[in-house]
Design a protein around this ligand. Structure first.
Ligand SMILES: Cc1cc2nc3c(=O)[nH]c(=O)nc-3n(C[C@H](O)[C@H](O)[C@H](O)COP(=O)(O)OP(=O)(O)OC[C@H]3O[C@@H](n4cnc5c(N)ncnc54)[C@H](O)[C@@H]3O)c2cc1C
Length: 401
């Protein structure tokens, strides 16, 4: 079987998944004049939406974007961190540092951009199989439709993708996906311009809970956890902080904390975004990193198509380029995650007050996307070093619990 419903021709580059990584990849590749087919399994791009939509303004700039009425919800000046007990600490700036976006609208905005650049978008089209058919050709199977040929597949199909294995590559450790749940709450008390993060075994064991102001009287409240029932924990949080609010919508999703894969390419195949584990292990955030890596993947795939004799070299270069940009910070975030998320409530309650005198310094170097500098600074701090025996003991205990 060859033809896929309305497809009239095969492509140079096929992109699996119209999320942020896939759309950015398709846009970048199309700018180089190659034929792109973007395949999305759902009937509508961006639906269902799983994400909280917190994105730094500097990260947005990295993606070549600014805030935009098409997807903006609210500007944010910083974050408030709640320990298991006691008072929260705040990291804030006088000016906005982040934007809350409507993730559904954001993905749809990107997909429209891709179409305007000549990309052919196919919804209700799930890619189930990747095959290398000859030296310079690949083929993918679209569920219930047939096969389509191209020269490169960019897999941007998100957490849990099976396509890398079919290309002979090792995917991220999919066992390191945490279940996440969010409520869109309306009718809350008045909200300020800070994101709130809640820590501790009673709130979200092994991760954290959050509330993100989406309007003056509405929040996106959610959590991910490595233990316990995510809905019960979220209901408790809502009862504690917004008892009079109403749930307007519920979203569930998989928060990936595995860290990136060792290799992101094989002949005719590259992968980007959550599919490749390109997310911050401290927060599971992947809009900026995944989007940026998607851009690099799109450029590399188009160059490979235009220079068939050096195709492998371009795909391999993608793997070097994205690591050069992000891998040092991702490694440090991995260490930060391993140290911090195994801590007992008692240690967290000691750690938060110890951080208080350092807040000025932390604010100076804090960067939502490149967290390596702040993690190094905290690990080198003498006052925090006194907590290391406790931290080590907690982490050893958490291995056995
Ligand atoms: C609860 C939650 C909150 C989050 N909050 C934030 C946040 O505030 N900030 C942040 O930066 N990150 C956040 N993230 C992470 C962020 O959502 C992801 O890192 C980001 O969406 C990854 O983008 P992606 O394009 O790689 O994958 P996705 O956004 O998952 O897109 C993959 C696309 O591929 C499609 N697809 C899947 N399989 C196939 C297939 N076989 N064929 C065709 N199409 C397919 C899917 O339908 C989807 O549209 C959050 C995640 C969760 C779960």
């Amino acid at each position: 079987m060859r033809l896929v419903c309305s497809l009239t021709s095969d492509y140079d580059v096929i992109v699996a998944g119209a999320g942020v990584a896939g759309c950015m990849a398709a846009i970048e590749a199309s700018k180089q004049g190659v034929r792109i087919g973007l395949f999305e399994e759902h009937p509508q791009v961006g639906v269902p939406s799983h994400c909280s939509g917190v994105v730094s303004l500097s990260g947005l700039k990295l993606l070549g974007m600014t805030s935009n009425q098409a997807f903006d919800q609210r500007l944010i000046r910083g974050a408030r961190f709640f320990p298991p007990t006691g008072s929260p600490i705040e990291i804030t700036r006088p000016e906005p540092v982040a934007l809350i976006i409507n993730r559904m609208k954001f993905d749809q905005y990107l997909a429209k951009n891709a179409i305007n650049n000549g990309v052919e978008l196919h919804t209700k089209s799930r890619i189930t199989k990747f095959e290398k058919t000859s030296d310079q050709e690949i083929q993918v199977t679209i569920q219930n439709q047939g096969v389509v040929g191209a020269k490169v597949l960019i897999d941007a199909s998100g957490a849990g993708s099976r396509l890398p294995t079919q290309a002979g590559l090792k995917p991220p450790d999919w066992s390191q996906i945490l279940p996440g749940l969010q409520y869109e709450l309306i009718g809350t008390d008045r909200q300020d311009d800070l994101v709130n993060l809640y820590f501790g075994s009673k709130r979200a064991p092994g991760f954290f809970a959050w509330s993100i102001p989406t309007g003056d009287h509405s929040v996106r409240a959610g959590l991910a956890t490595s233990k316990g029932n995510v809905r019960t924990l979220l209901d408790q949080l809502v009862k504690e902080y917004w008892p009079k609010s109403k749930i307007d919508a519920t979203k569930s999703g998989s928060v990936l904390v595995s860290g990136p894969v060792d290799r992101c390419w094989s002949p005719g195949f590259i992968f980007a975004g959550d599919a490749a584990g390109q997310v911050k292990q401290t927060t599971g955030g992947g809009i900026v990193i995944g989007g940026y890596c998607g851009m690099l993947a799109g450029k590399a795939a188009a160059s490979a198509v235009k220079n068939p004799r050096r195709a492998d070299q371009f795909l391999e270069t993608y793997d070097h380029e994205w690591r050069e940009k992000f891998s040092s910070d991702l490694k440090k975030m991995g260490i930060g995650r391993r140290l911090f998320f195994g801590l007992s409530d008692a240690t967290l309650d000691k750690l938060f007050p110890a951080l208080e005198p350092l807040l000025g310094e932390i604010t100076d170097v804090a960067d939502m996307d490149f967290q390596g500098t702040v993690i190094t600074k905290l690990l080198a701090n003498r006052k925090l070093a006194s907590l290391i025996p406790r931290i080590a003991a907690d982490n050893i205990r958490s291995l056995f619990s």
